[in-house]
Ligand binder design. Structure first.
Ligand code: BDR
Ligand code: CA
Length: 313
């Protein structure tokens, strides 16, 4: 039976690849909706980018929603330095045919979860957690329908990528992240600790490009642009392919390994705002609320991605 998911994203080249990976796998994943949030670029661009990605994949069932245009309490920080001014630099931008649904993303999440069976839906956030947190605040009863939350965010062994100790999605809306990490639903965390192990090397991007369909070409072109910033910053061949780790986990969990632990989000300190405090060794004695993914079979991950991109032929 396919897993029912809602993808909450801020495309973003790596969000875009996560969407492609999910759309390539209809037997395993039923995408109930794609909700968008301000993050890598402002909301008017993330919602448009999600629809462009649906058009490129010729994904006719897409239900795309626009959500929150800013974090709950702090000012929005965007990442054009990483993703380019459009958020998905590397491909040509066009006005997509996929329409934007009228309903607000938060209301779509609430309505969908309210009508669903208990424990039946997986939330997959790959951007700041504003939409998810506001849905929880507006109607906490929706949580009974949530089986798990598989999200990209946080850092423990790897240093921060927005500030010294915080990862981008957590730092952009730390208060939303705190609401989500305290909501009581099991969270599978794809932090920088694991995403920095799946680099978009030139060889891998060339292999993706050689598939030769429109989705693989778009993926390769976006990843070439995306690698530019991180390869210079970290002195590595390629960039960490963050967001697709969430979908890959849903498709092939055995590629990953991790540990149950308690994770809390820093919301008070201006120095470490958005930091994920991971009690990896259980020294604080709090009940685990997350599985902190530590390791990945990176070869298996790229084999999966490449196989699935071939399905768009
Ligand atoms: C996360 O931040 C964004 O720039 C990426 O899309 C990813 O979700 C990585 O820190
Ligand atoms: Ca993202």
């Amino acid at each position: 039976m396919s897993k029912k998911i809602i993808i909450d994203c801020d495309p973003g080249q790596d969000d875009a690849v996560a969407l492609f990976l999910a759309m390539s796998s209809p037997d395993e994943l039923e995408i109930l909706g794609i909700t968008t949030v301000a993050g890598n670029v402002p909301l008017n661009l993330t919602q448009r980018n999600a629809r462009i990605i649906c058009d490129i994949a010729n994904y006719k069932n897409a239900k795309v929603f626009s959500g929150c245009s800013r974090p709950i309490l702090v000012d929005l920080v965007t990442a054009e330095n990483v993703h380019g001014n459009t958020g998905i630099d590397g491909i040509d931008i066009f006005e997509p045919e996929t329409t934007l649904r009228k309903m607000h993303a938060v209301d779509f999440i609430i309505e969908t979860l309210s009508e669903a069976e208990a424990n039946s839906i997986t939330l997959v956030p790959t951007g700041p957690l504003t939409n998810i947190a506001l849905a929880i605040i507006k109607d906490p009863s929706i949580l009974k329908a949530v089986k798990q939350i598989v999200l990209m965010g946080g850092a423990m062994r790897e240093a921060g990528n927005l500030g010294a100790s915080a990862e981008f999605n957590m730092r952009v809306d730390p208060h939303a992240a705190r609401v989500v990490f305290e909501c009581g639903i099991p969270i599978i965390v794809m932090s920088l600790d694991v995403t920095h192990k799946v680099l978009t090397s030139r060889e891998r991007v060339n292999e993706i490009e050689s598939i030769g369909n429109s989705v693989s070409s778009a993926t390769a072109n976006m990843l070439k642009f995306f690698a530019r910033y991180d390869s210079e910053k970290y002195g590595i061949d390629g960039a960490p392919l963050h967001d697709p780790c969430t979908i890959a986990w849903l498709l092939k969990e055995d590629l990953f390994s991790g540990k149950e632990c308690n994770v809390r989000i820093e919301t008070d300190s201006s120095l470490t705002l958005g930091h994920t405090s991971v009690d990896f060794w259980g020294v604080e004695g709090n009940t685990p609320n997350a599985i902190w993914i530590e390791d990945i079979d990176d070869v298996g991950f790229y084999n999966l991605l490449i196989d699935r991109l071939k399905r768009f032929d």
